[in-house]
Structures are given as structure tokens and as C-alpha cells.
Design a protein around this ligand. Structure first.
Ligand code: ADP
Length: 430
């Protein structure tokens, strides 16, 4: 129904309020073209007669409010039209948020701060992107707060970040990441160091609030916070912490009624908690698939994307020229802690790392921390709370010569000398 195979590709005719869902096969590319009518991909409008290319593993929905026809060429794993989408409910959520922005404008208050929660693979990031795109298309300047350390839409994995959205996401490449504010977390799950995770959430909230005080548009635009899929135990507590740190007004719960009830019970009564269905189009991603997309994100950081290729640099860094730290000492039983020291202290401790062979392939964050004061006390304070200015990957370690070779987006020398090690490794196959 509504599908015609032709020479150039397969044509799909979509009725209003339906979507074409497709997945790109591994190792393949698919081209999409809008032939007639109006359509959007996760809230970004398509231009007519422009070819959009999607890489291997992409999972895309082309939605139309008015009806349209599109063509697809290349190898798709699946491609089908669905009439059953929650888009109207998502649009209603956007409309309610826009009303809050208008009211904020009128009453000289702040706009909505929204947290999007739910288990993994329910379309949280997609809903965030949709809401941000709809807002920015109306001239708003909302902020995306990315707390999903496993699958960041803003920076490399293992980071927590905030990005002021000034234009809709690029259909193929997502948000253009000019000047995001990025913090080093260091691992792909919050559970590795929940104290640090909560602390960085607070840091981001503080910086965002400051910005709102200085910038009226940012304040009215509010923020959309994307969270991790870990919604039990400490993961749940982290959501509650985030709600309070950001003083969120609205929580959108995708798909899980239990989580919805718990948050309604535990958050202050003035927080609007809304349960939304997930889209049937959201595809569950395997562990491998997730790892691949993390790898891809790091590769993109160094090598760029189709429209903007980068040429990273490789050079040697002497051990004596840098200080490498890991955040958090391995946790030890409470009974073994020195008197007056708490578990928090160990999780937020900067532990110096002696460079060795096992550093190879690790991603390191280059901290913006002020290096003015030398010595333990001087540098230590502020490193955790300082954003990072970039990332490098260690490609080789020579313990004899006391140097390591790194892959860096910029030529030597490194802009700063305080490096934070991630659990995450990247093997550069180029
Ligand atoms: P989460 O953030 O909850 O883990 P995502 O928003 O990243 O989930 O969605 C998971 C995957 O499903 C993504 O690859 C996304 O592109 C895809 N996806 C989301 N919505 C749809 C849809 N309606 N049709 C097809 N694919 C979709």
C-alpha cells in the first residue's frame, strides 16, 4: 500500500499523520528524497528534491503532518509505513511547553525545565530532539542537557554536557556542536561513579541557571534534559536528584507506568509528571549496536563527518609534561575507611595515574582546570568541576622513553596539561 518500486528507488506515498520507518543495513547507505508535500525527520523539516544520506545502522522515521511522497534508494533492512504513532501526543506536549514559555515571557519568569526519562530504547533522545526542534523552529533558544553518558547526542561517550540550541538538528548529522559545555564523567554508565554523576549534574544545573540569569532568551527557552535508561536504585535516585538540581517543572516519562508512579510520589506536587507512550518505531539496540555507535561518535570527534572532514594530528607527549588523573579511588568497605573519611570522598578523589602500557587506546579528557597553582592542593580543587576543552586518544606508550603518542584534533602542544582518563577505549583503525 502506497509503495511503488521504480528505477531510481522505491517511492512511498504517505497520508497525513503517518510515518515511513526504515533501517539501514550494516555496511550500506540509504538515500532519502522528498518528492512532494511536507515531511520531517524527528522534527527537522526535509527540503524538497534534496538527497539525504543515512549510514549503516541508522533507524529513521519520516513523519508527515500533511501528507507527502518520498523515495528511498539503497539497502534497507526494513521499510514500512505506520499510521500508529504517538506524534500527536508529542506535539501536544510541545504545545503545552510553548504555552509555558509564552507565560514566562509575559510574567518575566523562567521557561519550562523538562526532564525526559524512561528505560533504555524507548525513544528518549528522539523525543528530546523533537521538542527542541519544534521549540527552535518557533524562534526559541532551548538548552539541551545531555546526561546520557552511554549515548551522548552532544559529545563523546563518558561525558555530560549542555548545548544551547540555535537551529534545528541537521537531518543527517544531528545538532551542530559548536561550543557545548562538556564535563568529564569517564565511563558509559552512571553506576561506575554515581557520586560523580550527581555532582556533575549539579554543576550543569548551576551553570545553566547562571546563564538563565544573564540571558533572557535562554531563560524563557528553558531546557530539555535527556537522561540515562537506568531507572532503578541509584539510577532512580539520580533522576530525583536531577529534578531537584535543575528545579524541573515537567517530567515526561516514556513507556513505564511504574516509574511514572514513583516519580509522582517522590517529586514535589508542583512538578508535572506526564506519562507518554513510546513509539512503535523505536528499535531496540543490541549491546554491539550501542558499542558501535559509541565508537562512531569518537571517530566523528577526530575525523569529522561527511560535510566537514577533520584531519587529526599524532604526536608524542612526555610523561613529565602532563598530569594524568582518574576520578575516584576504588571503593573500599566503610569499615576500612580512615576515620573521618566517607565513601563520597573516595569517589570524588583525584587519583594520579602512572602512565604505563595499559594506558594505550584510552580516551583522555583535556581538562580546562586552572593550572595556575602548582602542587597537590592547587590543581586538585576545581578539576572535577571544570569543563573539558577536548579529548585525545593514547595510541602508543613508550615507558622506556617516558613518552606516549596521542591522537589529537589539534596540533601539538596540548592546550592544557591536566588529563583525565576514561574507562572508554578507542582503537584507531585509520
Ligand atoms: P533512547 O534515547 O530511549 O535510548 P532513542 O531515542 O535513541 O532511544 O531511540 C532508539 C533508536 O530508535 C534510535 O536509533 C532512533 O533513531 C530510533 N527511532 C526512534 N523513533 C523512531 C521511529 N518512530 N521510527 C524508527 N526509528 C525510530
Amino acid at each position: 500500500e502506497g509503495v511503488v518500486a521504480g528505477g531510481g528507488g522505491t517511492r512511498f506515498d504517505l497520508e497525513k499523520e503517518t510515518e515511513l520507518r526504515f533501517e539501514v543495513e550494516a555496511g550500506e547507505k540509504v538515500q532519502l528524497e522528498l518528492l512532494t508535500g511536507l515531511a520531517e525527520v524527528f522534527g527537522s523539516e526535509l527540503n524538497r528534491n534534496k538527497k539525504y544520506t543515512f549510514g549503516p545502522g541508522s533507524k529513521i522515521a519520516v513523519f508527515t503532518w500533511q501528507g507527502c511522497s518520498v523515495s528511498l534508494s539503497g539497502k534497507t533492512e526494513v521499510a514500512y509505513i505506520s499510521k500508529d504513532t504517538p506524534m500527536l501526543l508529542y506535539l501536544n506536549a510541545h504545545t503545552a511547553l510553548e504555552q509555558m514559555r509564552r507565560q514566562a515571557e509575559r510574567d518575566n519568569e523562567r521557561g519550562p525545565r523538562v526532564m525526559v526519562v524512561g528505560p533504555t530504547d524507548v525513544g528518549k533522545s528522539t523525543v528530546c530532539r523533537l521538542l527542541l526542534n519544534y521549540a527552535v523552529r518557533l524562534g526559541r533558544r532551548p538548552t539541551l542537557v545531555e546526561l546520557d553518558v552511554g549515548q551522548s547526542g552532544v559529545s563523546v561517550p563518558g561525558t555530560m554536557s549542555a548545548l544551547c540550541i540555535e537551529r534545528p538538528a541537521d537531518v543527517e548529522e544531528g545538532y551542530s556542536v559548536q561550543a557545548p559545555l562538556v564535563y568529564h564523567f569517564g565511563s558509559t554508565t552512571p553506576g561506575t561513579n554515581i557520586k560523580l554523576y550527581n555532582k556533575l549534574t549539579s554543576c550543569l544545573a548551576e551553570v545553566f541557571s547562571q546563564r538563565c540569569e544573564e540571558n533572557r532568551k535562554a531563560s524563557v527557552g528553558g531546557c530539555i534534559i535527556n537522561t540515562c535508561g537506568w531507572v532503578k536504585g541509584s539510577g532512580y535516585q539520580a533522576l530525583v536528584h536531577c529534578a531537584s538540581a535543575f528545579q524541573v517543572d515537567v517530567v515526561l516519562v516514556l513507556d513505564q507506568e511504574r516509574l511514572y508512579n514513583e516519580l509522582k510520589r517522590d517529586l514535589p506536587h508542583f512538578v508535572r509528571v506526564v506519562l507518554l507512550p513510546k513509539s512503535g518505531g523505536v528499535v531496540e539496540r543490541s549491546k554491539d549496536c550501542r558499542r558501535e555507535s559509541r565508537d562512531e561518535k569518537i571517530r566523528e570527534y577526530f575525523y569529522g563527518f561527511r560535510s566537514a572532514l577533520f584531519f587529526p594530528h599524532a604526536f608524542d607527549v612526555r610523561f613529565s609534561d602532563v598530569r594524568i588523573y582518574k576520578i575516584g579511588a576504588p571503593s573500599i568497605p566503610d569499615s576500612c575507611l580512615p576515620l573521618g573519611m566517607s565513601q563520597d570522598d573516595t569517589q570524588l578523589k583525584l587519583v594520579p595515574v602512572t602512565p604505563g602500557r595499559d594506558l594505550t587506546h584510552h580516551v583522555l579528557s583535556v581538562s580546562c582546570a586552572d593550572e595556575g597553582e602548582e602542587g597537590a592542593g592547587g590543581v586538585r580543587r576545581g578539576v572535577l568541576e571544570s569543563p573539558v576543552c577536548g579529548f585525545i586518544v593514547v595510541t602508543n606508550v613508550d615507558t622506556q622513553a617516558q613518552v606516549m603518542t596521542v591522537l589529537s584534533p589539534a596540533p601539538r602542544p596540548l592546550p592544557r596539561h591536566t588529563l583525565l582518563i576514561m574507562d572508554i577505549r578507542f582503537i584507531d583503525l585509520k
